[in-house]
Design a protein around this ligand. Structure first.
Ligand SMILES: Cc1ncc(COP(=O)(O)O)c(C=O)c1O
Length: 376
């Protein structure tokens, strides 16, 4: 009998272990900038709501509590310019489970288009469903894309922070409608814009009324509280969009017991109603980003100019001497750990991804070492 996990790509992080050992052996604070896991405290607004809800004897609603559903609808409208109905939102246990499960929950078995430089779970989830992942550059004319049942977008993108602008999203919506293709847009880094017009206007959502119109047929968007609210440990995220697609998905999730825990639903309700802590966290990342941009440039690393948002720098050796693993090795000798571009596809073998998720102390220490000891 073939096993379900057969044929999946190896979990790549194990290959980083020797460099992790080297980086952690550095005498001084290690700057682990490899994984995008938040390190700053979970905001009091979330912890207080969680604590107030620790009595939770009954099963939580799969659909979300009425308060959470209202909060989700309000959040999409207030921060993303997207009018979605109450049956067009659903809480998920982090967004990774939905990235991994959506093709299977939709019963997709044909082609799934995924970004060619991407978070690996789009590929894994497609294979788990028995469908075929086809990597494409989602910034290209959708008229040139292969036929597919589902398309994954990720904007702002992991690892590179590229953003699909409003015109490109409109083209994709139009193409999806003309071809009957479901469009799923993973927007979990939307709260972290670093360039105009996105600082002023926000990073556009596939569900925004001025992109999709009022009718969200065929469209889904994922959002997560993990990054914007330092809530990765709570597993609090959501999917929104076409109620006709969400309805069967909700039925299946009830059968499978995919329920966001009640206290987490309370915490998520609280954070979705508050934009202040998100702005404060953005400022923390802005400072770290500025420090690391200056220091990496001084060390001979070039940051991709197309990066407009997100939680990462996407860097390469300006001299072209070091490839991705060469840069990982050189940085590990300076007590800095980053992820090689090859984790995100073979097109990225000269790149590394540097996350902004380390303490100010670790980021400042890393910056000092980079300036004192350039790479080549
Ligand atoms: C593009 C992308 N999507 C989804 C996720 C999953 O986030 P979470 O499951 O914490 O919501 C991540 C996490 O790093 C990500 O980079």
């Amino acid at each position: 009998m073939p096993l379900l996990g057969e044929g999946l790509p190896d979990f790549p992080w194990d290959t980083l272990t020797p460099y992790k050992t080297a980086a952690y052996a550095y005498p001084g604070v290690t700057a682990d900038l490899s994984i995008g896991t938040p390190v700053d405290p979970t905001p009091p607004i979330a912890t207080a709501a969680l604590q107030a809800s620790i009595q939770s004897p009954g099963y939580p609603p799969a659909l979300g509590t009425p308060e959470l559903r209202e909060a989700m609808v309000d959040w999409w409208s207030r921060t993303r310019g997207a009018t979605v109905p109450l049956d067009g939102v659903l809480p998920t246990i982090g967004s990774k489970e939905m990235v991994a499960l959506l093709p299977a929950l939709l019963g997709v078995t044909g082609n799934v288009l995924i970004p060619d430089i991407a978070y690996p779970t789009y590929d894994v989830g497609t294979r788990l469903s028995g469908a075929d992942p086809i990597p494409i550059d989602t910034a290209t004319d959708p008229g040139t894309w292969p036929e597919a049942e589902l398309v994954w977008l990720n904007s702002p993108g992991n690892p590179h922070g590229y953003v699909l602008d409003a015109d490109q999203l409109r083209r994709i919506v139009e193409w999806g409608r003309a071809t009957g293709t479901v469009i799923a847009s993973d927007e979990c880094y939307a709260a972290l814009p670093w360039a105009e017009p996105y600082i002023s206007d926000g990073v556009p959502s596939i569900l925004a009324d001025d992109i999709a119109g009022e009718d969200k047929t065929g469209l889904l968007a994922l959002y997560s509280a993990s990054k914007q609210s330092n809530l990765a440990g709570y597993r609090a995220a959501m999917i929104a969009g076409d109620p006709a697609i969400l309805a069967p998905l909700i039925e299946m999730r009830k059968h499978m017991g995919f329920l966001m825990p009640g206290p987490v639903q309370a915490a998520m309700t609280a954070i979705l109603g508050d934009d202040e802590h998100v702005a404060a966290q953005r400022e923390i990342y802005r400072r770290r980003r500025d420090v690391l941009m200056r220091a990496t440039a001084a060390a001979g690393l070039t940051a991709d100019p197309q990066t407009k948002a997100g939680l990462y720098l996407w860097l390469e050796d300006e001299s072209g001497t070091l490839d991705s693993w060469g840069i990982v090795g050189a940085l590990s000798q300076r007590g800095i750990l980053v992820a090689p571009g090859t984790f995100y596809g073979q097109m990225s073998k000269m790149k590394v991804r540097m996350s902004l998720t380390a303490s100010d102390e670790a980021v400042d220490a890393a910056a000092e070492r980079l300036v004192a000891a350039p790479l080549v």
